[in-house]
Structure formats: C-alpha cells, structure tokens
Design a protein around this ligand. Structure first.
Ligand SMILES: Cc1cc2nc3c(=O)[nH]c(=O)nc-3n(C[C@H](O)[C@H](O)[C@H](O)COP(=O)(O)OP(=O)(O)OC[C@H]3O[C@@H](n4cnc5c(N)ncnc54)[C@H](O)[C@@H]3O)c2cc1C
Length: 506
C-alpha cells in the first residue's frame, strides 16, 4: 500500500462503525449496498446529493423521458392510418420528465434503503485512513448551519467506492465565460432555448441533439470525429443521417478554438473545420465532451492513489494498488464502464464478494469469492467477467443504436479471426409491418475459429429491444450451429437472426 496518512483524524474514535461503508448512493452504490447486506452485514451508504445518483435525476431517466415522445411520434408517422398529423408539445414532455425524476426528490429511494435495512449518511465522504471515512458538508466552504456535522465512520471490513463521474469542461479560451450547460442543465431544462450548439458527438451529444430538436430548438452539433466514435462506422453514419433528417446541423471534423459571449446572452463558438475556419452562434452552449471518474475530492491520496484518476479494479472490483483487501470500487468511478446497467452488474458482483467474504455466507462461499486469495471462477457471481467482451450499450437516438461485445475493429485488434455479416432490417417482414420504409441494419461479428458471436450491433427504430438475444448468444458462447435452432417467431424483426446466419453461410 502507498504511504498512509498521519492525519490526526485517523487516530480519532469513530462516531459510528459499520461492517461495510459504500461511498456514493447512485444506482451502482445502491446495488452494491443491497447485495452486501444480504449475509447479515451492517451497511451504510454515504450520499452527498440525491440517493439515486446522476442516472435517476440528471442522466438516464430524464434524457429517455425527453426522447420517448419523439420516437413514439416517428413510429406513429411511419404507418398509414394515423389520422391527424400529431405534433410534439414541449410542456407535457417536460412535465412527464419531471415525474420521471420524482421532481428531484429522493424520498422514494431513501424509503427503499430503509426497507432494505441500509443506513443512509448524508454528506460528502472522504477516505481519511484504512477503512475510515470522514463525512462532511459537500462544499467545505459552505455555510454549515443546515449541513451535517463532520462525522468519522469506520468500516469493520470493507469500503466500496461508487462515486460515479463528473463532466469535463474543455479549457477552450472563453468557453467557461459563456456559462455553458453540462448534461445536468440539459436534462433538467425548464425553458427550452430557441437555439443550442452542442459540443461533442458522443452518446450524450447525439441524444441531446435529438431531444432539443424535438423540443423545438435549432440545434447545431459539433464533433471532432465521427459521431459515436466507438460504435461501428455504419452506426455513426446512420445516426448522422438521422439527425440531419430531423433538421440538426451536424458539423463533423470540427475542433473548437474559442468562444465568446454575445450581447443578447447567447454565445459564438469559433472552430477549425474540414473547410477551414468557421463559427456558429446559439442562445445556449451545451458541453458534452466526456466525463471523468469522480475521485478528485475523495481522499484517495491517503491510500497512495492519485486523485482525479479512475480506481483500477480487478474482476472482484477490488481496487488495485491498495493492500489488505478492504477497498473496492464499482461503476463509472472505475473507468471501465460508463453505463448504469453495467455498473449495477459490478455493484451486484462486488456486493456478493463482500457479503461472502465477510458475512454469514453458506459454507464454501467465502473461498469461492476469493477470501483465501484464490481467484474466483470467471463466470461465477464473484467475477465481473462480462465487462471484458460482453458490455451492452443502447443509444436512444433516431435511429437507435444497440450494441454488445466487440466491434469488428476491436475484435481484430484483440487478435481474433473474425467475419462480420450484416443484413438490412428493412428486408425482414417484421420490420416492414412496424414501419413503411423501415431503415436499419443488423450486424454480427463472428469468431470464425470458435464459431461463436463476439459482437453485435443493431441500428434502427426500436433496435434496443433486439439486443438481449445477442447478449445471451455472446455471454453463453452459443455455437452458430446451435444458434441455428433458436427459431425466431414470424413476423418479428428478430427474424434477422435467421437471415444473418444464412448470410454467414449456414
Ligand atoms: C445525459 C446522460 C444520459 C445517460 N443515459 C444513460 C442511459 O440511458 N443508460 C445507461 O445505462 N447509462 C446512461 N448514462 C450513464 C449513467 O448515468 C452512468 O453510467 C451511471 O449514472 C453511473 O452510476 P454510478 O452509480 O456509478 O454513478 P452516479 O450515478 O454518478 O452516482 C454517484 C453518486 O455518488 C455521489 N457521490 C459522489 N462523490 C461522493 C462522495 N465523495 N461522497 C458521497 N457521495 C458522493 C453522487 O452525489 C452520486 O449520487 C447517461 C449519462 C448521462 C450523462
């Protein structure tokens, strides 16, 4: 372990002691706490803001609430027989979004913690020594009258860090002075700006471009590279085309060089683009250029780690570089996943590891969870194995992009011999029924040596719902010859599986 702090706080008597302390009560921390408590361990969750985390109030839930009406309208318009030409109405869309985030009130989730017998400690948690967490006001300079007093918590067995991530603001000259939004202000928008320029063509940029266009803004999307740069290139192209169809001004290969505020309250961004210098003005700027693990204010230096960096973990989610088997991490803060579902999977794994190693588990479970230094079996409940080759992601753009496992390029880079086969979804009867002129593509990446699927991407309306079959094929390492016997129902879009296998040569 790196040098421990000689901070006098570590000599102090703890105010409270729990078996396990979870720092961060987002979706991932909640899952870790729930599983960790199942063998009788006492568990506390330390939360600085709202129980439920970014996902519940400023990320997944509000963004999907904003996007669903546009998708529903597009689906209705794609079939003849829908009578009047329906339109989107921003006020009820925003009202439903407010409902979906429980009006930024976490009492429902707090009730759930109570019901699960988990203690909630409000405040910002910081590591101050081995198994020691100091909890204080979120902003150390804030007026502390209404805030909890600083308390020292001790963990008998383990501390699990699930502090998530924070958005990055690029140091572009003038940008900070334009008062740009991050995804928080965008997903909690009350007054829709007449125009918005979005920096960043990743998932958040693409989804917010769609949502704000649906809400009636003029939208310009600036992206340094292709959109959704980690997806299959055909997915990037389809999403760029989809955005242009709904009227988003998409500018690719653009690098923002400066920003200035306009007298009327908006901002102008200057950039270098493929055709030289350019600029764009809008009433609002949204920065969606990525997120970093939240460890800057966590006190990780006391255990010899570098603040601001991801907490590197093994498959049991034990933090690397810290001895003693007491510090774990899961979710965005690990830098290995950036989705709620994959983080919750890690939360389940780490919670089970901690419950088995330190609680009243069944005989043999502690050893199976690696208590005696053995490495748990790769596909046991004590290993986050799916993080490596079976991560899933859905982008709720129009068209949707759903993917699992490796892209063709990633598979080749990993040294696999692969063949990618794709098929137009619009040629499948199920898709023709869903929408006139359904446009979409499905692709599987097959490891030709092992004859198993190692990656899949679906692009098209409602493509998200097709993803799980591919996930099961990949996680189960189902040989293609056996997959042939998984007969898709007629007339569903899933019949594309049959077409893909035929195209592959079965
Ligand atoms: C706009 C947007 C849309 C997204 N949409 C999706 C989607 O549709 N599907 C999907 O799977 N993912 C989506 N994501 C990603 C998803 O939000 C994250 O992967 C997920 O929230 C990570 O969960 P977490 O619990 O690790 O972190 P968070 O949700 O960030 O929760 C961390 C919690 O820890 C608390 N905290 C942090 N530091 C401390 C501390 N020191 N002491 C006490 N508490 C602390 C925070 O207040 C927060 O409540 C989206 C992200 C964004 C930005």
């Amino acid at each position: 372990m790196g040098g421990m702090s000689t901070d006098p706080r570590t000599q102090a008597t703890p105010d409270e002691t729990y078996d396990v302390i979870v720092i961060g009560g987002g979706p991932v921390g909640e899952n870790a706490a729930d599983r960790a408590s199942r063998t009788g361990l006492s568990v506390a969750v330390v939360e600085a803001e709202l129980v439920g985390g970014e996902c519940s109030y400023w990320a997944c839930m509000p963004s999907k609430a904003l996007l669903r009406p546009g998708a529903a309208l597009a689906a209705a318009r794609a079939v003849p027989g829908v009578r009047a030409d329906p339109e989107l109405d921003p006020a009820p869309i925003l009202a439903r979004r407010d409902e979906m985030v429980s009006h930024w009130d976490d009492s429902g989730q707090v009730q759930w913690l109570d019901g699960a017998g988990i203690s909630l400690v409000r405040g910002l948690g910081r590591l101050v020594g081995e198994k020691l967490v100091e909890v204080g006001p979120e902003d150390p300079d804030a007026d502390v009258d209404d805030l909890p007093e600083t308390r020292l918590l001790a963990a008998r067995h383990a501390v699990i860090v699930a502090t998530g991530s924070v958005p990055v603001l690029p140091d572009t000259p003038g940008l900070a002075e334009t008062d740009p939004w991050s995804s928080r202000e965008a997903t909690s928008v009350q007054d829709v700006p007449p125009s918005i320029v979005i920096l960043g063509g990743g998932v958040v940029g693409v989804e917010m471009a769609t949502a704000f266009r649906d809400l009636g803004s003029q939208v310009t999307l600036l992206s340094r590279g292709r959109l959704l740069g980690r997806s299959e290139p055909f997915a990037s192209e389809a999403v760029a085309a989809g955005l242009k169809t709904i009227g988003v001004d998409v500018r690719l290969g653009v690098s923002v060089t400066g920003a200035s505020s306009l007298p009327d309250g908006g901002a102008r961004l200057a950039y270098d683009g493929p055709r030289g210098k350019g600029s764009v003005a809008a009433a609002q700027v949204l920065v969606a250029t990525g997120r970093v693990p939240r460890t800057a204010d966590l006190g990780v230096d006391v255990v010899g780690l570098e603040p601001g960096k991801a907490l590197a973990v093994d498959d049991q989610l034990e933090v690397q570089g810290v001895d003693g088997g007491w510090l774990f991490a899961c979710g965005d803060v690990t830098g290995r996943v950036a989705t709620t579902h994959q983080g919750k999977y890690q939360g389940r794994v780490v919670g089970d590891v901690v419950a088995a190693r330190f609680g009243r588990a069944k005989p043999g479970e502690a050893a199976a969870a690696g208590a005696d230094g053995e490495t748990p079996e790769p596909w046991s409940r004590y290993a986050a194995t799916a993080d490596h080759g079976a991560k899933t992601q859905v982008v709720f753009s129009r068209p949707e992009v759903a993917s699992v496992g490796l892209t063709e390029a990633e598979a080749r880079k990993a040294g696999l011999t692969v063949k990618a086969v794709s098929y137009k979804l619009g040629s499948v009867s199920g898709a023709v029924l869903v929408a006139e002129g359904y446009e979409g593509t499905a692709q599987i990446v097959v490891d030709t040596d092992r004859q198993v699927v190692v990656g899949a991407t679906f692009v098209g309306p409602d493509a998200a719902e097709m993803l799980h079959a591919a996930t099961i094929a990949i996680v189960g390492q189902v040989p293609l010859a056996r997959l042939w016997h998984a007969v898709p129902a007629y007339p569903t879009i899933s019949e594309v599986w049959l077409r893909l296998l035929e195209t592959y040569g079965l």
